[in-house]
Design a binder for this molecule. Structure first.
Ligand code: F6P
Length: 335
């Protein structure tokens, strides 16, 4: 049955299940809308699964029509709710999920989320030979094989706006600010957030083992033409976070008047930017195209503005490298 998803038959329309999982990201709703509408346009039924894999286990499933996704393209968060589900990490949990899918007559899944979501999808798809297509929905931008992920651009803009505001007080008081941004173990938000907001530096996990980034910063004398400085720090055990940096400065370089600001979950909220809405719309429609083409167990990515299919194994297992040119740009411009 699973193999025939590519050709909707006349006796029973094939049904596509859709869920969002893991940390929410602005643009997830735009993706839910796109998947739902593209599926219906192509003759499929759609069922929405609430609360990610958790809802798949407990059967929180509702048929979706085009109206169910009206007026959501501009909304942050996810109307399907989301969760991180430990039970889905167990073989028993995944068996229950499969039974739910059978019972609900769902023939294929589109899952929207980050690393954890796609890891779960990959294991499930191989255990049960079940067709799944993934969409990269995470502010972290840490999935390999795609230039950007749904939610990343919005989070970046949120960070930029927050840093612009902090700069006002940093300048007035002539202080050194460490601003901690999200990203789990990736420095994309910190690095590009620093460039976009004209910060002096970014401290990121990707180069944490290569160089003492704080020492390098102090050695270079921060920005010489100004008495205040802003440094973005990626949250990660590799950097130690903004508090750790501030503690080090207090102990090692007490001449600086240092403050910390942790941006936290405000980075995950808000109405998605045009970029994220368009990305989510394209990727959502592409997920249905992929299923129609017989693709399975792939993540939809975007490279050089073109939609690409990235096998789950590649998207999850490879570390997405940061662009060293961006590091150089930041260093060059922060003199
Ligand atoms: O993966 C998205 C993300 O926002 C990370 O940047 C962050 O480390 C994590 O989720 C926070 O997760 P939670 O909301 O479960 O605390």
């Amino acid at each position: 049955m699973n193999d025939s998803i590519t050709s909707p038959n006349t006796e029973r329309k094939h049904c596509i299940g859709i869920l969002t999982s893991g940390g929410d990201a602005p643009g997830m709703n735009a993706a839910v809308r796109a998947v739902t509408r593209a599926a219906i346009y192509n003759g499929f039924d759609v069922k929405a699964i609430y609360r990610g894999y958790k809802g798949l286990l407990s059967g929180e499933i509702v048929p979706f029509k085009t109206q169910n996704v009206s007026n959501i393209i501009q909304q942050g968060g996810t109307i399907l709710k989301t969760a991180r589900c430990k039970e889905f990490e167990t073989a028993e949990g995944r068996k229950t999920a499969y039974e739910t899918l059978q019972r609900e007559g769902i023939d294929a899944l589109v899952v929207i989320g980050g690393d954890g979501t796609l890891t779960g999808a990959r294991i499930f798809a191989s255990e049960f030979n079940f067709p799944i297509v993934g969409l990269p929905g995470t502010i972290d931008n840490d999935l390999y094989g795609t230039d950007t992920t749904i939610g990343y651009d919005t989070a970046l803009n949120t960070i930029m706006q927050a840093v612009d505001k902090i700069r006002d007080t940093a300048t007035s008081h002539e202080r050194l600010f460490f601003i901690e941004v999200m990203g789990r173990d990736a420095g994309f938000l910190a690095l590009n957030g620093a460039i976009a907001s004209g910060a002096e530096a970014a401290i990121i996990p990707e180069i944490a083992t290569e160089v003492d980034q704080l020492e390098e910063l102090i050695k270079n004398g921060f920005r010489k033409s100004k008495n205040s400085s802003i440094v973005l720090v990626a949250e990660s055990p590799m950097t130690g976070g903004a508090m750790h940096m501030a503690e080090r400065v207090k102990n090692e370089y007490p001449q600086y008047d240092v403050r910390v600001s942790i941006l936290g979950h405000l980075q995950r909220g808000g109405s998605p930017t045009a970029h994220d809405r368009i990305l989510a719309s394209r990727m959502g429609a592409a997920a249905i195209d992929a299923l129609l083409e017989g693709q399975r167990n792939v993540m939809i990515g975007i490279r050089n503005e073109q939609i690409v299919y990235v096998p789950f194994s590649k998207a999850i297992k490879n570390d997405k490298p940061i662009d060293r040119e961006l590091l150089n740009t930041l260093r060059t411009l922060s003199i």
